[in-house]
Design a protein around this ligand. Structure first.
Ligand code: DMJ
Length: 527
């Protein structure tokens, strides 16, 4: 049958019944293939296809089934959520192979990380029933009275961030209340001689400490530097200035310190106020500190000049000392250790492509195009890191030495744990350039996820992306629902869904509104 012919036939049936007809579904989940003529389960909702199809009518999905956000919500998010609900409801994460709950010690005994992390994704994807059940769980069961150490950073970005977004999107008071309650529990972490918070906090006793492995008892840049957006909003929503004061103090401490070559080391001692080991990274341990400088400026409606200056100065130093081009022409961001470069780039570092592009607008006028170009180059390098694997999913870290480019060489760097950063960069690059290759690359990731990570009981990470068979790690990370799937959905949606003029995404992809100065937020922005 001619494609148009089939499309028309499906349109007619689809419009008539309001549902896809079994036998016509274009996607076969088990086989991970896209075949318009293959039988499927036919559970896609017609309205969604009508609403989002690029051609404008239902048949658009068949003729142009790529890049459809409905696929991400109806096939992917639903599968991830339904299985979490079935096998791990109320626990932090799902083990999709063993079909049971998984709890990382990052959250102490706080439970429900997947529920709180997924709230806004469910809302944005219009999964109303699921959002309702998640909200009911938060109302009845989300409990912070635990006697255990939690990671201040992880709890902030996932729980506080998730609750704040859920509140701003839905207006439901319970989320505001819970976010403020949790924010208050985190405040004792700042009781250090400098006010630089501890990494870990017992939220019952209020006693804090640092990771035993962190250079000389230091706090971590990416951890204490990734509280700003949420804490400013906590002050905004509670009327209590203490949250914003705490994070503004971190800024002051950092501004007083000398920086080696203008770079920020990853370790800072909260007692002495001195840098620890001079290790600089735009990936793990450093990453979201830079992200939050830029986003603090954007979230303040571009009034937080301090954050702006810190961001562009930092990018300048990163360009001079860390960014390099391989002989094969790939731009990458190396790690800096006391002046020596390690020519390795982490999957986490790939978020920086989106960051550079997002910040291009505010860069000194002769640099705007350059920052976009830098974002595009990082996106290309990270895409190569995916493309050069068997599974077309990127490794945890890839190297540019020993005769390789954008390839993991060490066994313990070959895994993929459903991380979002590369897709995040595609989403920013798409919105800011509309170059169709970013949607194509995003769709490649969808196909690879469906083929290799989708299992009966949800989605699982992979231990080695360079071999032929899947060795699953049996964890469905909560950030797969909050970030990876949300960024895919946004990548294939119109730009007016959570437009950048009004929203910034926290580092866990939870959207927070820009505090527009015309709306009486002048004070917040200047605190
Ligand atoms: C997320 O929890 C956040 O994006 C964080 O900033 C870094 N890594 C994970 C996902 O990879």
């Amino acid at each position: 049958c001619h494609r148009t012919c089939r499309a028309v036939c499906v349109v007619t049936t689809c419009l008539g019944r309001g549902r896809w007809v079994p036998g016509r579904a274009p996607y076969h989940p088990e086989k991970g293939q896209f075949r318009p003529d293959m039988s499927g389960d036919g559970d896609g909702k017609c309205e969604l296809f009508l609403k989002y199809s690029q051609v404008g009518v239902c048949c658009g999905f068949l003729l142009n089934q790529h890049y459809n956000p409905a696929f991400v919500s109806l096939q992917m998010m639903k599968h991830a959520w339904d299985n979490y609900k079935r096998y791990a409801w109320g626990l932090n994460e799902l083990k999709p192979i063993s079909k049971q709950g998984h709890s990382s010690n990052l959250f102490g005994n706080i439970q429900g990380a997947t529920i709180v992390d997924a709230l806004d994704t469910l809302y944005i994807m219009e999964m109303k029933e699921e959002f309702k059940e998640a909200k009911e769980w938060v109302e009845k069961s989300l409990d912070f009275s635990v006697n255990a150490d939690v990671s201040v950073f992880e709890v902030n970005i996932r729980f506080v961030g998730g609750l704040l977004s859920a509140y701003y999107l839905s207006g439901e008071e319970v989320f505001r209340k819970k976010a403020v309650e949790l924010g208050e529990k985190l405040l004792p972490a700042f009781n250090t001689p400098t006010g630089i918070p501890w990494a870990l906090l017992n939220i019952k006793s209020g006693i804090g400490r640092n990771w035993p492995w962190a250079s000389g008892g230091s706090s971590i840049l990416a951890e204490f530097g990734t509280l700003h957006l949420e804490f400013v909003h906590l002050s905004h929503l509670s009327g209590n200035p203490v949250f914003a004061e705490k994070v503004m103090n971190i800024r002051k401490v950092l501004n007083r310190l000398d920086k080696p070559e203008g770079l920020y080391p990853n370790y800072l001692n909260p007692s002495s106020g001195q840098w620890g080991q001079h290790h600089v990274s735009i990936g793990g341990l450093g990453d979201s500190f830079y992200e939050y400088l830029l986003k603090a400026w954007l979230m303040s409606d571009k009034t937080d000049e301090d954050a702006k200056k810190m961001y562009y100065d930092a990018v300048q130093a990163i360009e001079t000392h860390l960014i390099r081009k391989s002989s094969g022409g790939l731009t990458y961001i190396a790690e800096w250790k006391g002046g020596l470069l390690e020519h390795k780039m982490g999957h986490l570092t790939c978020f920086a492509g989106g960051m550079f592009a997002l910040g291009a607008d505010g860069a000194p006028s002769d640099k705007t195009g350059h920052h976009i170009e830098l974002g595009a180059e990082i996106a290309r390098t990270c895409h190569e890191s995916y493309d050069r694997t068997r599974m077309k999913l990127g490794p945890e870290a890839f190297r540019f030495d020993g005769g390789v480019e954008a390839i993991a060489t060490r066994q313990n760097e070959k895994y993929y744990i459903l991380r979002p950063e590369v897709i995040e960069t595609y989403m920013y690059m798409w919105r800011l350039t509309h170059d169709p290759k970013y949607r194509e690359w995003g769709w490649e990731a969808v196909e690879a996820l469906e083929k290799h990570c989708r299992v009966d009981g949800g989605y699982s990470g992979i231990r080695d992306v360079y071999i032929n068979h899947e060795n699953h790690d049996d964890v469905q990370q909560s950030f797969f629902l909050s970030e990876t799937l949300k960024y895919l959905y946004l990548l294939f949606s119109e730009d007016d869904l959570l437009p950048f003029e009004h929203w910034v995404f926290n580092t866990e992809a939870h959207p927070l509104p820009v505090l527009h100065k015309d709306d009486g937020n002048k004070e917040e922005n200047q605190k």
